[in-house]
Design a binder for this molecule. Structure first.
Ligand SMILES: Cc1cc2nc3c(=O)[nH]c(=O)nc-3n(C[C@H](O)[C@H](O)[C@H](O)COP(=O)(O)O)c2cc1C
Ligand SMILES: C=C(O[C@@H]1CC(C(=O)O)=C[C@@H](OP(=O)(O)O)[C@H]1O)C(=O)O
Length: 387
């Protein structure tokens, strides 16, 4: 199973094509729109999120609420497009447009300068348009489709924010449904009310100063069978694939599983999860410090992935940069921007991880219809039970 995305942040729409979904999967716009709305909600976003109301439209592969086995094509329209038709080249420019059109002062921390040099573009808007995290709308939509497949097999995904700037939230071990319910009610997606207030204050203070904030987000996947991914080849290790996908999210700079970087400080006896067996339950772990993986394969314990997002690079109190025309120092060109996108990014993380898990699920149980996959899955569970 794979997908590709296309589209610019100020273009007419974002597009994705998903290849390899089975037939007979119930699929409507509703659960996809639910994930798109969650991505738009987090505290700290700029004016753009007030303009957009993201909704998916299936344009291939779905009939009467079920997949057919054909590629699923989906689009999400940009409501902001109508304000950019001349600048994006769909209509002739008018007086005064030219100055707004060309982007020639690269922002430190964004893709502008590297992309401009690499693609030989003197208008770095051609880079900005595609590097923008607007692209995550359709990545979330693809992840949301993957979640529908996972849900058929009782696999659930949740996410939370653990840090924004200096403010750390207390991490509670909660049943996954409760974690989903509590974080959904929080504008910064935390379970810790006291930290919530301080996070909101920190975002407001950064905004006041023309500055931005990053943070740490976590995703939990519960209900995976043992053995998704494989130890036999580097590119089949599912933790490795998740790491690649996570660091590919705009502004994500690091990833860890389970206790992650903490493991460096501890002795092996405090790191590894002891193996137990109980009749009826089968093999299980006494703890889950590994975050659900050993040997690139799921252990059957929850997958726990944490990731760091750097602060947004477009600062209203701009950093110094160099104008590509004059080669003179300049304070970087200010584009409209978010102050903090960490809560929104926790939703992106969930859906990106869900995609990778679903892809590994399809590789293991792959079939052309949902019924075929279910038969393969049940057969495997029986084999594991009898091991
Ligand atoms: C949800 C989300 C919203 C973002 N919003 C902005 C923004 O408003 N302004 C900005 O400069 N960067 C924003 N970014 C980050 C940039 O897209 C990112 O830093 C840029 O593409 C360069 O990629 P890199 O940081 O991964 O190296 C956002 C990222 C995410 C995930
Ligand atoms: C549009 C989204 O995020 C955008 C990501 C982004 C960036 O540089 O990554 C810059 C901003 O774009 P604009 O300049 O149009 O306001 C964000 O709003 C979105 O998340 O849907």
């Amino acid at each position: 199973m794979r997908y590709l995305t296309a589209g610019e942040t100020h273009g007419p729409q974002l597009t994705a094509i998903i290849e390899g979904l089975p037939s007979n999967l119930p699929l409507t716009a509703e659960p996809i729109n639910f994930q798109l709305a969650r991505r738009q909600k987090g505290y700290g976003r700029g004016r753009r999120m007030q303009i957009e109301k993201d909704e998916v439209r299936f344009v291939g592969g779905v009939r009467h609420g079920f997949t057919t086995g054909a590629p699923v094509a989906l689009v999400v329209e940009n409501k902001d497009w109508k304000n950019w038709t001349r600048i994006m080249g769909a209509e002739p420019l008018e007086d005064g447009d030219e100055a707004k059109r060309r982007m020639h002062r690269p922002r430190p921390g964004h893709a502008d300068l590297n992309g401009g040099l690499k693609y030989n573009q003197k208008d770095m808007r051609n880079i900005l348009e595609r590097s923008s995290a607007r692209e995550t709308t359709v990545r979330v939509a693809c992840g949301a489709v993957a979640r529908e497949l996972l849900a058929q097999f009782g696999i659930k995904v949740a996410g939370q924010v653990l840090r924004i700037g200096e403010v750390e939230a207390t991490r509670q071990e909660l049943p996954i449904d409760e974690l989903i319910r509590i974080t959904e009610e929080s504008p910064v997606r935390v379970t810790d009310k006291e930290a919530e207030a301080r996070m909101i204050a920190a975002i407001d203070a950064a905004k006041e100063d023309g500055d931005t904030l990053g943070g740490i987000v976590e995703c939990i996947v519960e209900g995976c069978p043992v053995g998704l991914g494989s130890h036999v080849q580097w590119d089949r290790k599912l933790d490795g694939r998740i790491a690649q996908a996570v660091v590919s999210i705009q502004a994500f700079k690091g990833v860890e599983f389970g206790i992650g970087f903490e493991a460096a400080k501890l002795r092996g006896s405090k790191v590894h999860d002891e193996i137990r067996y109980e009749a009826g339950r089968g093999f299980y772990r006494a703890s889950n410090r590994a975050g659900g993986f050993e040997g690139g394969m799921t252990t059957g314990e929850p997958i726990v992935v944490r990731a760091v997002m750097k602060p947004i690079s477009t600062l209203y109190k701009a950093l110094q940069s160099v104008d590509i025309d004059t080669k003179e120092p300049f304070t970087a060109q200010v584009e409209r921007s978010d102050t903090c996108a960490v809560p929104a990014a926790s939703v992106i993380l969930e859906n990106v991880v869900a995609w990778e898990v679903a892809q590994a699920f399809m590789e293991k149980f792959g079939g052309d219809s949902l019924e075929e996959i279910r038969a393969n899955y049940n057969n495997y569970l029986k084999q594991v039970e009898q091991y």
